[in-house]
Design a protein around this ligand. Structure first.
Ligand code: AMP
Ligand code: ZN
Length: 466
């Protein structure tokens, strides 16, 4: 398996420390609001990374942190009259709803920053002792000029112009000493820690060093985060962790690209963002967004267009119809279709090669569509050998173990009952009565498609389907 490693700027063979315990740390969200689709593109990537490693035979331990204390959260929770904890819990729940709706796998853990403040303090004291950190009049800072390798990830050379920055979100050409610990001010009200340290709260960068060491150990196999995090966040994580432990922090750095809207990065500050809820209100299935992100290489920019999303909505419907029709196909002891099985094997091999070559999902998906074509051909033939059916079906689900786009929409029992009643009415040629049942089914958000041999399937009624 190969990955593009940001540290060395090239595609490299992936060799973990222990293939039965691949340690992955992913920078998660600050839960101050709903996640926007840009954040979610990155989280879908984390899932694809996980599924692909598992597909390649590795066992993984994956951690995504949740930042539940920062300037914006303190401000917003105050505005809403909520305690910080309560406020964070609310948006964390919404986040997990989004992850579930996007079919993102569950990771091994989701540590909250506020639960690891003791570990952050330990590192800060370690850095003070080693001379990498210093106290100032408003907090404790990291002295970037002390860390010789500063800039090795972002490939920048920072020799001069070292300023001091308290804010977490600076975006500068020059290196700056950054806050490890911010002293309490009255705006922080009751948000502070003071046991064994001056009253205050942690900076943002320190939490990832602390939580990754706590949950995964001193050297990670993979660290990932959106491309905007390379500098300063990941550069600062390296400086903190390596100065503290004296060991290499990360072996492979993976940075997925951004989601854009009209050629600008989607972000809260530009007010050009959509949430998953916005898409659902417009009638889109969350999985159509997932599918859209897979069709562009993870390191490339993806521009969001709702018209393109409609295309993916239709693709989802096509796949659903194919697979449900395939399941209804007459099966038996017919002769095996060796040609189709051979083509399916070629598609599966092509799929695997594409996934293993730096997660080339767009290429991998072309193989899924080849397989779907083979299956459609069998559906048109009207019958299939039982073991061919199983082999082809398994091939699709093997691919979907990476893609995660095929979902059998749970059709409620009352809809199934209505559909059965409709069939009985049609058998009796009571067309008008049968149509009434169809209307009720449509109104409930489902759709019946009649197949040959008076079979039928029920699919979701998509606003942007056919
Ligand atoms: P934040 O909550 O802003 O710290 O972001 C959480 C994750 O989303 C980070 O890994 C960011 O790099 C990523 N992210 C932010 N904006 C975008 C975007 N427009 N496209 C893709 N990823 C993004
Ligand atoms: Zn981080």
């Amino acid at each position: 398996m190969k990955f593009y490693n940001t540290m060395n700027r090239k595609i490299e063979e992936f060799i973990p420390q222990d293939p039965t315990n691949v340690k992955i740390y992913c920078c998660g969200p600050t839960v101050y609001d709903f996640a926007h689709l840009g954040n979610l593109r990155t989280f879908i990537f984390y899932d694809i990374l996980r599924r692909s490693l598992v597909y390649a035979g590795f066992k993984v331990k994956q951690v995504m942190n949740i930042t539940d204390v920062d300037d914006k959260m303190i401000k917003n929770s105050k505005k809403r009259g909520m305690a910080l904890k309560e406020y964070a819990a609310m948006y964390t729940k919404y986040l997990f709803d989004d992850l579930r709706d996007l079919n993102i796998s569950e990771f091994e853990s989701y540590p909250r920053a506020t639960e690891s403040v003791d570990e952050m303090k330990t590192i800060i004291y370690g850095l003070l002792k080693k001379g990498y950190a210093y106290k100032s009049d408003d907090g404790i800072y990291y002295n970037v000029s002390k860390f010789e390798d500063y800039g090795k990830l972002s490939h920048a050379s920072f020799k001069s112009n070292v300023a001091r920055i308290k804010n977490d979100e600076y975006d500068k050409e020059s290196a700056a000493d950054f806050a490890l610990w911010k002293d309490w001010t009255k705006e922080d009200e009751n948000v502070f820690w003071e046991d064994g340290i001056q009253r205050g709260r942690p900076g943002w960068h320190i939490e990832c060093s602390a939580m990754s060491i706590k949950h995964l150990g001193e050297t990670l196999d993979i660290h990932s985060g959106g491309i905007d995090l390379i500098f300063p966040h990941h550069e600062n994580e390296i400086a903190q962790s390596e100065a503290y432990t004296g060991k290499p922090f990360v072996r492979y750095w993976l940075h997925p690209g951004h989601l854009f809207v009209n050629e600008k990065k989607m972000s809260k500050s530009l007010h050009n963002f959509y949430t998953l809820r916005d898409l659902e209100k417009l009638g889109f299935d969350p999985l159509s967004f997932r599918l859209m992100t897979l069709d562009v290489h993870y390191r490339a920019v993806l521009d969001l267009h709702l018209d393109t999303l409609k295309k993916y909505e239709k693709t989802l419907e096509d796949i659903d119809i194919t697979m449900k029709s395939f399941d209804k196909l007459e099966r038996g002891d017919y002769s095996s279709d060796k040609d189709s099985l051979k083509s399916a094997k070629i598609a599966l091999n092509g799929f695997k090669d594409a996934v293993l070559e730096d997660l080339n999902l767009p290429l991998a998906m072309t193989q899924l569509f080849r397989l779907i074509d083979i299956i459609n051909k069998k559906v048109a033939e009207g019958k299939i050998n039982q073991s061919d059916y199983e082999e082809l079906r398994n091939a699709v689900f093997e691919m979907d173990s990476v893609l995660g786009i095929i979902k059998s929409y749970n059709v409620p029992q009352e809809i199934i009952t209505l559909a059965n009643e409709r069939k009985e009415l049609r058998d009796k040629k009571a067309w008008m009565e049968a149509d009434k049942k169809r209307t009720i089914i449509n109104d409930a958000g489902f759709k019946i498609i009649d197949l040959a041999n008076s079979n039928y399937i029920i699919i979701k009624n998509r606003k942007y389907g056919r």
